[in-house]
Each structure stands twice: as structure tokens, then as C-alpha cells.
Ligand binder design. Structure first.
Ligand code: PFF
Length: 456
């Protein structure tokens, strides 16, 4: 650990990098968040908008962050400062560093829900979990929800405290392919239920009449979240990347893998909503509870559902843990690098932040259910604050920083150290013009929406 503190770790090569970045990217965002947003915001048109954004916008920001990290060899605060010590760079660095500290607590609350469902299936409670009221009853039971949140948070912090990221990387090699296979099997099962065809059509065929500005806002927020953009992760990972690893293809592989898992999750959950709640328009807009309400119904209806459910939730739990570990790791390394705290002190601090903010989010469905922040429940508020407000600001800072402080040319040179820069033209147009403009419009519309000035 001491040695690790002094000399920066390096990923073994492209595979090591892609696995680590994919491990961070693939998580609850893909399996839990993407399907409920797609269900709510227009199905096929949401999917199309998402994919276009990921391949243009997402790609541009990912390349920028990774190149910044590799160029400076630092995590966000240091990377911004190393390049030029201005107020903007400090603010830009810190906002990147604070976002994961706000996401991790509520991420752990949802991770706790996953752990709870895994436990219930192990205990054989297949029929109980399939009832529509089960989930609401669970999250509104303060001690139970809090207890499971603590279990998940403890698991994450344990890994961080032990510093066994290498072990996680090894397990990823087996679990990630396992997740893909299981998702394919479950998607096929779900798509072949009677009545599911309507759901497949809804999810895959874009229908312009379902398009609204909110489709773009939600897709963009989801893109940041799912690809772990605009929160310092990729800057940190870039700093561990060797100079000969091809940045462009690495980014494409991560986007491909991450979107693939999101699409499979959509195919698993959305057709099931149509099959199990035919004609119920409200079922599509259940929001965060969708996975916990729909999947149990599938498990209940299939032979051996209990065992499939156990495997499914083990995989989801694992995907959630690799992501939460990457979140906690960035938070801890910010304290270590910037405040020069020891690993132990940093870990304790991260644990405390998770405990306090996570408890608020968790109790927001029970003891604190009357509390509304900007009209939202506490967990939704943190989700909104980070995804719709802070991430656009943070990515705006990255654009400004790349264009006016570092220079697009420097980024291009960094990319070209390892390969040709095939999408350089697109990259330049996006980073200079489209991305900053668009991000600002998104930010302003999120603010206007929450203040009730416009309804989107
Ligand atoms: N990308 C992860 C997911 O989709 O679940 C969540 C996440 C992990 C966000 C790590 C941010 C992060 F730094």
C-alpha cells in the first residue's frame, strides 16, 4: 500500500484498462436506471437519442477526460491544477471530485435493495416478492431499508479498506461475461412471454410522437451516469493508462459494452412490463422501483425462478459493487492526494459521508417521507442534483478547460501517441461548439423545469 501511494499504479494494458473502465461503467445505471428511464421517456426514441449522444457527446468527453488524466498523471483536482492554477481549474477539479461523494451514498441505498432481494430469494420467498406491494412495504420500513443499505455500504468500504482492487479485477473477468450470458437468457425469456411483443416494439422502434425535450435531458443525464463521465473517474483511470494504449478504440469498447448491457436490460424488463401489466399505462412510469417490481414477477412465473433470481441478483450485486468501489476509490484518492490524508483516514471519511447522506436517502421513503427537496424525495433529489445539475456543469468545465486552457491540439497529440485519431474532426467540432452549448441548454432547462418555469 505504501509503495502504491508513492508510485502510481498502471493498468496492465488495453484489456486491463477496458475491464476496469467497463467494471465502473456497467452497474445499477445499466440494469436498474436505464430501463425505467427508457420506459418513461418514450421507449425507442429514448434509445436512439441515447445511442447518438453516447457515440458523439459521450465519446468526446471520454476521450478528453482520459487524455487529460494520462497527460497529467493525476486525479481530477490535481489534473486541473497541474495544467494551470486558476480559480476555474480549481472549481472544475473539485466539482468532479465532489460528484462521486454525492452519488455513492444513494447508490449504496439501491445496492442495499439488491442485497435484500438476493437474500429473500435465497430464503425461498419467491411468491411474496412478486406481489406489487412488496417493494413499497420494504422501502417504507425504516429499519429494514437502513439495515440493507448498511450491508452494501459495508461491503464497498471493506474492499476499499483492504485495497483489494486487483482481486476485483480478476473476479470481473468471470462475472462480467457471466452477466452478459445471463442477461441474454433472461431477455429471451422475457421477450417470449405472451403480450411481450408490444413491449419489444415500444423499446426498439423509435416513435417521434413520444419525443420531448425531456427525452434529451434524461438521455444525457443517463449517459453521464452510465459511462461514469464528468465525475473524475476517467481522469483518474487515464492517469493509470500506459502511453501505448489506444485511447479511441478503448473508449469505443467501453461504450459498446456499456450500451450493450443497457439494451439487454431494457429487453429484459420492458417487454415484461407489457406482458405482466397489459394495458396499464402507469406501469411504465414506475420509475426507480421498476426493476424491483417487474423482475420478481418474471421469476415467479418461470420454472426454477428462485435459482435464476439468485444468479440474477448476485450478478447485479456484483455489477453494483464494482461501480461503487470505483466511486469510493475516487473519493478516497481525492482525500489522499489533495489533503494528504492517510489511506485509513480517507477511507473513514468516505465511510462517514456515505453513512450520513445514505441514511437520509434511505429514510426518505419512511421516517423522512415528508421531507421534500425541490419537490423531490431525498434519493431522487441527489440523483437530480448530480446528474442534471452538477454533471452538466462539470462537463462544461471540462470543455472550457480543454479548449481554452490545455488546447485541443494537446489532447489530439496525447491521443496520437498511441494511434491515429480517426474521429479528430468530429471531436473538435463537439468539444468546441456542440458540447458546451448543448450542456448549457440542458442545465438551464433542468433548472427551469425544477423551478416550475417550464414544463418539459
Ligand atoms: N456507471 C455506473 C453505473 O452505471 O451504475 C455508476 C457510476 C460508477 C457512476 C462510478 C459514477 C462512477 F464514478
Amino acid at each position: 500500500m505504501e509503495a502504491e501511494k508513492q508510485s502510481r499504479g498502471v493498468f496492465s494494458g488495453k484489456l486491463g484498462y477496458v475491464l476496469a473502465a467497463a467494471g465502473s461503467a456497467v452497474g445499477l445505471g445499466n440494469i436498474w436506471r436505464f430501463p425505467y428511464l427508457a420506459a418513461e421517456y418514450g421507449g425507442g426514441i429514448f434509445l436512439l437519442t441515447y445511442l447518438i449522444l453516447a457515440l458523439t457527446f459521450g465519446y468526446t468527453l471520454m476521450v478528453s477526460e482520459t487524455a487529460l488524466g494520462r497527460m497529467t498523471g493525476k486525479s481530477p483536482v490535481g489534473a486541473f491544477r497541474k495544467l494551470k492554477n486558476t480559480r476555474l481549474s480549481l472549481a472544475g477539479g473539485w466539482i468532479n471530485a465532489i460528484i462521486p461523494m454525492l452519488i455513492l451514498p444513494y447508490y449504496s441505498v439501491i445496492g442495499g435493495w439488491v442485497a435484500k432481494y438476493l437474500f429473500e430469494y435465497m430464503a425461498g420467498h419467491v411468491a411474496e416478492t412478486a406481489s406489487s406491494e412488496y417493494f413499497t412495504a420494504f422501502i417504507s420500513n425504516a429499519s429494514s431499508a437502513e439495515g440493507w443499505f448498511l450491508v452494501f455500504a459495508f461491503l464497498t468500504m471493506l474492499v476499499i479498506a483492504l485495497g483489494v482492487e486487483n482481486g476485483v479485477e480478476k473476479v470481473s473477468r468471470i462475472m462480467m461475461p457471466g452477466l452478459v450470458i445471463l442477461a441474454v437468457v433472461m431477455a429471451i425469456y422475457s421477450m417470449t412471454r405472451p403480450g411481450a411483443v408490444e413491449g419489444i416494439k415500444y423499446f426498439l422502434i423509435p416513435d417521434l410522437s413520444h419525443f420531448s425535450w425531456m427525452t434529451v435531458v434524461a438521455a444525457l443525464g443517463q449517459m453521464f451516469y452510465s459511462l461514469s463521465i464528468a465525475m473524475g473517474i476517467l481522469i483518474t483511470y487515464g492517469s493509470y493508462m500506459k502511453k501505448d494504449v489506444n485511447i479511441e478504440t478503448s473508449m469505443h469498447h467501453v461504450i459498446f459494452f456499456d450500451s450493450g448491457i443497457a439494451i439487454l436490460s431494457g429487453l429484459m424488463i420492458i417487454p415484461a412490463v407489457f406482458a405482466f401489466s397489459p394495458g396499464d399505462a402507469g406501469a411504465l412510469s414506475q420509475g426507480p422501483s421498476l426493476m424491483f417490481v417487474t423482475m420478481p414477477k418474471i421469476f415467479h412465473s418461470m420454472g426454477g425462478g428462485r435459482y435464476v433470481a439468485i444468479i440474477f441478483f448476485v450478478m447485479v450485486l456484483f455489477a453494483a459493487l464494482t461501480s461503487s468501489i470505483s466511486l469510493a476509490e475516487t473519493c478516497a484518492s481525492t482525500f489522499q492526494d489533495e489533503l494528504h490524508w492517510s489511506r485509513k483516514k480517507s477511507t473513514i471519511m468516505v465511510g462517514l459521508i456515505v453513512l450520513v447522506l445514505g441514511t437520509f436517502s434511505s429514510l426518505g421513503f419512511s421516517t423522512l417521507s415528508n421531507v421534500r427537496l425541490l419537490g423531490m424525495q431525498i434519493l431522487d433529489f441527489f440523483d437530480f442534483l448530480t446528474n442534471s445539475l452538477m454533471m452538466p456543469i462539470s462537463s462544461f468545465a471540462i470543455c472550457i478547460f480543454v479548449v481554452y486552457v490545455v488546447g485541443v491540439k494537446k489532447i489530439a497529440e496525447e491521443v496520437k501517441l498511441s494511434s491515429a485519431f480517426r474521429f479528430e474532426g468530429m471531436y473538435k467540432v463537439f468539444i468546441k461548439y456542440i458540447a458546451p452549448f448543448f450542456v448549457m441548454v440542458i442545465l438551464l432547462s433542468s433548472i427551469a423545469n425544477v423551478l416550475g418555469i417550464i414544463h418539459i
